[in-house]
Design a protein around this ligand. Structure first.
Ligand code: AR6
Length: 332
């Protein structure tokens, strides 16, 4: 964690081994941070870029820094944000990963990133920060030769998001790999047992966990039913999770659970902040959820977040079990 620092300012002024440029596929300059870097480095940078044959989205290429205080510029091409369903997250993560890989290959030990894709390319800021932190932290864990990574934020919005996430010790990670799925399923067993046994009984909990939260069931929901799962980390430990699914102009919040021992650390609130920002950024009108009518504490917590109770619904969940729920909704 301490190798990562957040600063505010102009990346071209940094006296550091390498700065990263949020370029376009031509690598021949543009607006935003790209334009500023080319102006500050001088025309030799453009000449060097002309020899690179462009760069694909999610990849990176390196040049000297020329007139910049930084020795190198690593040029990467972030994804243009469309709707989040065109591999944008994976491509953005790849940008950070490829830049760091080039850094290691070139004996670069200090590097500064701008907030790739969050300007002209329109990537939602909070999601971009989460991806950046997650990818960089993961890389640093495996490549100790990198000594410092600066996130150089030009605008206050990005700066505040980084600081909030880093200071709260909370990280939100999208479930992508099978390893993530196993972590989620493990959390589900713990949380459902400690939370739901008093409400719906052991038998129903066993049935629901094995039917809806086994690794295979989670994998199927992600791959075939358009669910997105996220793990909430507190002090680097898996501490909760949530699942969401867009349906028409609504975001269905299917689950938002925190381990008992981790309650009070602000994980639920941070998770909900992420969810509502994501829904708003996608132009959705409301967030909906269902909650068991006897799950008094959760109902109160959702009311506190601004949800209103839309009344009872009964869901047949199979095997002779029925859920008596309230439907709740949060309007923007
Ligand atoms: N130092 C640090 N960050 C900066 C600076 C600076 N001097 N100037 C702007 N930013 P953008 P993108 C921030 O639009 O979204 C270019 O035309 C800015 O506030 O530069 O990846 C390229 O040629 C924002 O948070 O990059 C491409 O065509 C972040 O840098 C396209 O824009 C990224 O904003 C790439 O779009």
């Amino acid at each position: 964690m301490s190798k990562i620092e957040i600063i505010r300012g102009d990346i071209t002024l940094l006296n550091i081994d390498a700065i990263v440029n949020a370029a376009n596929r031509s690598l021949l300059g543009g607006g935003g941070v790209d334009g500023t870097i080319h102006r500050a480095a001088g025309s030799e940078l453009l000449k060097a870029c002309e020899l690179l044959n462009g760069c694909s989205t999610g990849q990176a290429k390196i040049t000297p820094g020329f007139r910049l205080p930084a020795r190198y510029v690593i040029h990467t091409v972030g994804p243009v944000w469309r709707d989040g369903k065109h591999g944008e997250s994976e491509l953005l993560s790849s940008c950070y990963h490829q830049c760091l890989k080039l850094a290691v290959e070139n004996n670069i030990s200090t590097i500064a990133f701008p907030n790739i894709s969050t300007g002209v390319y329109g990537f939602p800021k909070e999601q971009a920060v989460i991806i950046a932190l997650e990818t960089v932290q993961h890389f640093l864990g495996e490549n100790p030769e990198i000594e410092q990574v600066l996130f150089c934020c030009f605008d206050k919005g990005n700066f505040d998001i980084y600081n909030t996430l880093l200071n709260s010790n909370i990280m939100i990670e999208k479930v992508i790999s099978y390893e993530d799925i196993l972590i989620t399923a493990d959390l589900a067993v713990k949380i459902w047992n400690e939370h739901y046994v008093p409400i719906i009984g052991q038998e129903q909990v066993n049935y629901m966990v094995s039917t809806f939260q086994s690794p295979g069931a989670i994998e199927n929901q992600i791959n075939n039913e358009h669910y997105e799962y996220y793990i909430l980390y507190h002090q680097s430990e898996p501490s909760g999770y949530f699942a969401i699914k867009q349906s028409g102009d609504e975001l269905f919040l299917s689950k938002l659970y925190v381990l008992k021992e981790k309650r009070g650390a602000g994980l639920g609130k941070e998770g909900f902040r992420f969810i509502s920002r994501k829904a708003k950024e996608s132009g959705l009108l409301r967030i909906t959820l269902t909650v068991n009518i006897n799950n008094i504490n959760s109902i109160k917590a959702y009311e506190k977040l601004g949800f209103k109770n839309d009344g009872p619904v009964i869901a047949d969940i199979g095997n002779g079990f029925v859920m008596d729920d309230f439907k709740m909704s949060f309007e923007f």
